[in-house]
Design a protein around this ligand. Structure first.
Ligand code: NAP
Length: 260
């Protein structure tokens, strides 16, 4: 599995998204993903499935230290005492000692950013998270967060797929040494049937979703596609056995050029 490295974090390039997956369906798909070779699972306090993700991890039998688990703090918990309490609860629901990556889920003006980042760094120092980062931060906020945070931010998890131009944000992350993790990477399934992506896929015997995920990973971006279907788990993971040419990469960049 290819990994994206940032400030000492080694983030597996393909992870499983789990938004809207709950209960047994969630545990089963996490278990199946890990058995198929996935080593990165994305959850959040807001998804109400941390318990199910932890259950799937244990059901898989894959050793804990081989899997990269991300969770996210919801903005209602951004005051330092709330953040610390809520992260302890998240780790408890997952039945882990620590998560691999802890993110601020969305920016918020309810609590000064410096205070929230201080609390995020504190829970990392206390060992509840191996790495910390942010999500949905724009260029200005990303730069502000990097300047204010006492410890390195290893990633910004952002909305990114071929219909969105994230060039400026990718450059801001690169300048900060932070990885980009793409959420909704297959545009919630909408890349299927896309003429450009399908034509490129036909050349490589791959689907439009696989071409999209390959395009992200080839930029050095990690991607966390979600599926509830086992056959799509394999499809979304089978992207390490082909390469897009420079022309194909730029043809895909052209689809979303200028769309923010
Ligand atoms: N940080 C944030 O604010 C934020 C926001 C949104 C999402 N996320 C994270 O990112 C993850 C992924 O984003 P997402 O769930 O919004 O969207 P996505 O991964 O782009 O798309 C998921 C949808 O695509 C379908 N799908 C999966 N594989 C497919 C394939 N190979 N071909 C065609 N359709 C396919 C799935 O349906 P089936 O289940 O039927 O396969 C599902 O409806 C989330 O689950 C969550 O973990 C984070």
């Amino acid at each position: 599995m290819q990994v994206i490295e940032a400030h000492g974090a080694r983030i597996p390039a393909i992870g499983l998204g789990t938004w809207e997956l709950r209960g047994r369906v969630c545990s089963r798909i996490v278990e199946q993903a890990l058995r198929l070779g996935y080593r990165h699972i994305d959850t959040a306090q807001m998804y109400d499935n941390e318990r199910d993700v932890g259950e799937g991890l244990r059901m898989s039998g894959v050793p804990r230290n081989e899997v990269f688990i991300t969770t996210k703090v919801w903005p209602t918990h951004f005051a330092p005492p709330d953040l610390e309490r809520s992260v302890k609860e998240s780790v408890g629901r997952l039945r882990l000692n620590a998560v691999d990556l802890l993110l601020l889920h969305w920016p918020s003006t309810r609590v000064p950013l410096a205070e929230t980042l201080g609390a995020l760094a504190k829970v990392k120092r206390e060992g509840l998270a191996r790495h910390i980062g942010v999500s949905n931060f724009d260029v200005a906020l990303m730069q502000e967060a990097v300047a204010l945070c006492p410890l390195p931010l290893v990633c910004n998890q952002i909305h990114y797929h071929p219909y969105l131009d994230q060039t400026a944000l990718r450059q801001a992350c690169a300048a900060a040494g932070a990885a980009v993790v793409a959420y909704s990477p297959i545009a919630k399934g909408n890349v299927r049937g896309d003429a450009v992506l399908s034509e490129i896929g036909a050349r490589h015997n791959k689907t439009a979703a696989q071409v999209t995920l390959r395009w992200l990973v080839q930029q050095g971006v990690a991607a966390i596609p979600r599926t509830s279907r086992v056959e799509r788990l394999s499809e979304n993971f089978s992207i390490f056995d082909f390469e897009l040419s420079p022309v194909e990469m730029s043809d895909i960049f052209a689809i979303g050029a200028g769309h923010r």
